[in-house]
Structure formats: C-alpha cells, structure tokens
Design a protein around this ligand. Structure first.
Ligand code: IFM
Length: 451
C-alpha cells in the first residue's frame, strides 16, 4: 500500500466534536446561570453581527436528532463539553440537578447508539459569577474547578470513560486576558494575566486528574491543546530563533509542564517580568500522569524576527496559497510533523486529534444539498497526514472532526461554518454536507476516491 493511502488501525476512533456554548442554546433554561460568553456576546461590538449563543444550533432540545445524525455519519465517538453554569449556576454551591440530568441523558443516548462519549469539562463557558470574583486570575478558582469536576465525574463516571480537563488553555487565556477578543475580554496587551490564568488552569488540571480517576473507574484522562507546526520565514538565524520563541510561547509553554514538570527555561527567561506566581508543589501537581493528549490542529505558523511587544520579538508571516474562510493556511504536512514530533519528543501514551476541520462559505443548492468539496479535500489531506504519522510511529488513536455541525464561532458569530452538517439557523434544519458523507465513508472503513 502506498504511503499516501489512508490506513488506520481497526480500533481507530472516528468522531466529531462540539462545545456547549457553541451549539446548545437554551441559555436560561433549567436553571443554567450566565456564563462569561453570554456577557461578552451581549456586549456591543464584541461578536460579529451581534450574534450570541442564546439559541445556537438548539442542540439542548434537538440532541436526540443529533445523535441520529451521528449514527448516519458512522461516528464511533462524540466529543462534547459540559457547561459549568448548568451544573453550578453561580460556579459553586448547590448542584443544579436538571443541568446534570441533561448531560446524563445525553450520555445514555450516545451509549444506546453505540457512540463513545468524550467529555470536555471546560470549553470556555465559565460561570459569570466566578469571573466577577477574578476568574482564572484568582487562585481559589482551582478549588471551584475541582469541586465542579468532582460533581460531574461522580454523576457520569459510571458511563464516561474518556475525560478532557480543558480545551485549548492558550486560546482562552491569551485571547481572553491579553488580546481581549474572547471572553472575558481583558485587553491588557501584556502576558502577565495569560500566564497567571494558564498557571491556575494547569494546577486545576493536575488536581482534577486523580479526582476523575477516583470517580470514573478505568477512565482515561487527558487535556486538549491547540498546537501548531511552526516554520521560520527564512533560513536567517534570527528567523530560526524567532520560530523557536514562538514554539516556546504556543507549544512548549503548554507541553513541558504536563510532560516535564517545568515551564521551558528559554521562555521563563523571555517572560521574566511577567511570570506567574507559582506555589511550592504546583509543578508536580501539573505533571500528574495523563493517559492521552488531545491535539487541535488547524494550520501551521510561519514566523519572522521583528521587534515587538513583550520580548517575543517576532511576527507571524501570512503565506501564499490555499486558505480557509478563516484565512488559515491549509497545511496538512504540519499535522504530520506535529504528531510525529509529539510522539518523539514527549512521553505521550496516546494522542487524539480532538479537533481538525475547516470553515468555508457553504451554499445550499436549490435541491437542498451542500457540495463542500473544499472541506472534503481539506479533511482528506489531513486524514492522509494522520495516517502517515501513525505509520511513522505517532501513537494516534482517534480523530475528531471539528465540527459535527455549524455553530457559534466565538467572536466570528455564525458567519463561519465549520460543520460537516449544515445548520439553517432560521429553521434549525440540519443538512449533511458532502464532507459529512465523506466522513461517514472513512469512519466505516470504506476506501475513498484517490486511494
Ligand atoms: O470553534 C473553535 C473551537 O471552539 C476551539 N478550537 C478551534 C475551533 C475553530 O476556531
């Protein structure tokens, strides 16, 4: 068989992924409290077109139909997130049982359909009441998070085997606490808050790992990072050094504490005036052994040296060629390189691609179809890259396409469609796109054209 063919192990997991605030809607139902994303999206000018997650894809009411759609996609797993404010409307205290029941029914429905649930415990919808106390900048949030995780894992731990503590710590800390483009919208321009929020998130992660294991016998516990393959813009030593710094900023700052128990030394030096407060024992807590690493990969990053803010001295350089509707370069080779690198440089027991996918400007034909051949091609090339990475030793066990369906793309609102199922937001009609049919073939193990 040729190396560019898709070849995956028999027990390879094929799934789709979503997140609570992006699909559920029903933001005031059954006792859910407000989250930072309700507040942020209701703040004029923060989200394109003034969109909010108030209705989203109405998954809170349509989850049964959505499970049927997953079956039609031949998906063997589903990655979704729990909305903390459905469980504890003000972040802690009295459990909101109807919120917990919603996820319990969802898990039962998935299992009945033969679909393995992968639960993400935090995908950015922090209870607003906790933000009012300082959010991820307050050390006490670690205890609140652990109590929340304890409650959820006690309730679902008899049925859920795969747990992801956090989704993309880099994104919610840097975009939320430095650049101001995600909730809670702090636009400080300095790394201090991102690094402190990251540190609290990481201590919370490390403290949660044994709690989940205790409540969910046989559970596999991991965390999902947004990682990129990084290339220097040229062979100049300055650009190579800049690429290394960006790798330290985006990748190693998040990987090293988990797998080596320390923030990377070169970056500690770069960030010296912005470093977080670290208490004795924190780094050991953070390095709690995990069963898998979740990798969200969308594109590579090309970096050049340039005087700029906070000592990183670099800029990212846009590339010619193919891009998605997000303006992200299509670069499947980066996924291959990243997966192989992770397997070689870090003691990862298992890897899952917990997100990969693309936004394109989809059109529904008069016959009611969505012929999204660019997304089919994007996915096919990334699946091929993953297949090659496995052949070259990466311990990749599964692959989740982002996303099951079109949804609320954060600051981009509903403008950007990542789904392999189209959502008509007027009627909530679901249409399986051509990429969904393509996914269904791959998930069923049917060779695809071109193989
Ligand atoms: O929609 C997001 C998701 O919530 C986190 N990872 C990236 C996706 C696309 O931007």
């Amino acid at each position: 068989m040729e190396r560019n063919q898709l070849q995956f192990p028999q027990d390879f997991i094929w799934g789709t992924a979503t997140a609570s605030y992006q699909i559920e809607g029903a933001v005031s139902e059954d006792g859910r409290g407000p989250s930072i994303w309700d507040t942020f999206s209701q703040t004029p000018g923060k989200v394109k077109n003034g969109d909010t997650g108030a209705v989203a894809a109405d998954h809170y009411h349509r989850w049964r139909d959505d499970i049927q759609l997953m079956k039609r996609l031949n998906a063997s797993a589903y990655r979704f997130s729990i909305a903390w404010p459905r469980i504890f409307p003000t972040g802690r205290g009295q459990v909101n049982q109807p919120g917990l029941d919603f996820y319990s029914r969802l898990v039962d429905g998935l299992l009945e359909a033969g679909i393995t649930p992968f639960v993400t415990l935090y995908h950015w919808d922090l209870p607003q009441a906790l933000e009012d106390e300082g959010g991820w900048l307050r050390r006490g949030i670690v205890d609140d998070y652990v109590a929340y995780v304890d409650t959820v894992s006690r309730a679902l731990g008899d049925r859920v085997k795969y747990w992801i503590t956090f989704n993309e710590p880099w994104v919610f800390t840097w975009l939320g606490y430095v650049f101001g483009i995600h909730a809670p919208g702090h636009a400080t321009g300095l790394p201090t808050r991102a690094l402190q929020a990251t540190h609290h998130c990481y201590v919370a992660h490390g403290r949660a790992v044994p709690v989940i294991r205790a409540n969910a016998p046989g559970a596999e516990v991991g965390i999902t990072l947004n990682l990129s393959h990084i290339d220097p813009a040229s062979n100049r030593p300055e650009d190579i050094a800049a690429a290394r710094r960006y790798d330290g900023h985006l990748n190693r700052w998040y990987l090293d504490p988990l797998f080596r128990g320390a923030y990377p030394e070169d970056m500690v030096e770069h960030y010296r005036e912005f470093l977080p407060e670290i208490e004795p024992g924190d780094m050991e807590t953070i390095a709690a052994a995990i069963d898998f690493l979740g990798v969200n990969y969308y594109s590579r990053t090309v970096v050049a040296d340039e005087p700029d803010q906070f000592g990183l001295k670099l800029k990212t350089v846009p590339q010619e060629g193919e891009h998605t509707a997000m303006g992200w370069e299509v670069y499947p080779e980066g996924l291959y390189r990243l997966l192989v690198r992770l397997g070689r440089e870090y003691p990862v027991r298992a890897l899952y691609v917990t997100e990969n996918g693309a936004a394109y400007d989809d059109v529904v034909t008069p016959e009611g179809h969505v012929h999204d051949e660019q997304r089919v091609s994007y996915l096919h090339r990334h699946f091929a890259a993953a297949s090659r990475a496995i052949a070259d030793g990466a311990p990749l066990k599964g692959y989740f396409v982002w996303s099951l369906m079109d949804n609320f793309e954060w600051a981009e609102g509903y403008d950007k469609r990542f789904g392999i199922i189209y959502i008509d937001y007027q009627t909530q009609e679901r249409i399986i796109k051509d990429s969904g049919y393509y996914f269904a073939q791959i998930a069923a193990g049917v060779p695809s054209p071109g193989d």
